[in-house]
Write a protein that binds this ligand. Structure first.
Ligand code: GDP
Length: 140
């Protein structure tokens, strides 16, 4: 069996505001992820900018920062084998319109921006993003 891996997931403000955070958590558990860390918080603009620093300079950066700080989010440390790839698969493509059937973004996403969930895209970003929200001792 391959090694357990961790990834950072976010239930974005659109999902929390619509009351579908619980449904997304159920989907996560049923898909075989173990939740090792979980917090609800609201990002301020600086925190949202820091989290999405790789996108600074892109046309959608200001809108993205505005969106991610508009209300509470749920941040999650997820664990399973091949967690990064499997969580990206469960989320679906960035644009909900072109996401595969059954994926979270296809089921719940309403636009390219308001696409319900985030997931790290590689081991180095997972390391950075998990550390952005969780101390090692907070992942149990
Ligand atoms: P992800 O890894 O699938 O989340 O996609 P990216 O890393 O490319 O983009 C980060 C987030 O920025 C996405 O999840 C969207 O919320 C938002 N985003 C990406 N591309 C666009 C875009 O073209 N327009 C807008 N308004 N938002 C975008």
């Amino acid at each position: 069996m391959s090694q357990l891996e961790r990834t950072l997931a976010i239930i974005k403000p659109d999902s929390v505001a619509r009351g579908i955070a619980g449904e997304i958590l159920t989907t996560i558990e049923q898909a075989g992820f173990r939740i090792r860390g979980l917090r609800m918080l609201r990002l301020d603009r600086r925190q949202a900018e820091g989290f999405y620093a790789v996108h600074r300079g892109k046309l959608f950066f200001a809108d993205l920062v505005e969106f991610m700080s508009e209300g509470p989010i749920v941040v999650l440390a997820l664990e399973r084998e091949d967690a990064i790839r499997k969580w990206r698969e469960a989320m679906g493509a960035t644009n909900p319109a072109s996401a595969a059937e059954g994926t979270i973004r296809k089921r719940f996403g309403t636009s390219m921006q308001r696409n319900c969930v985030h997931g790290s895209d590689a081991p180095d970003t997972a390391h950075f993003e998990l550390g952005y929200f969780f101390r090692e001792s907070e992942m149990v």
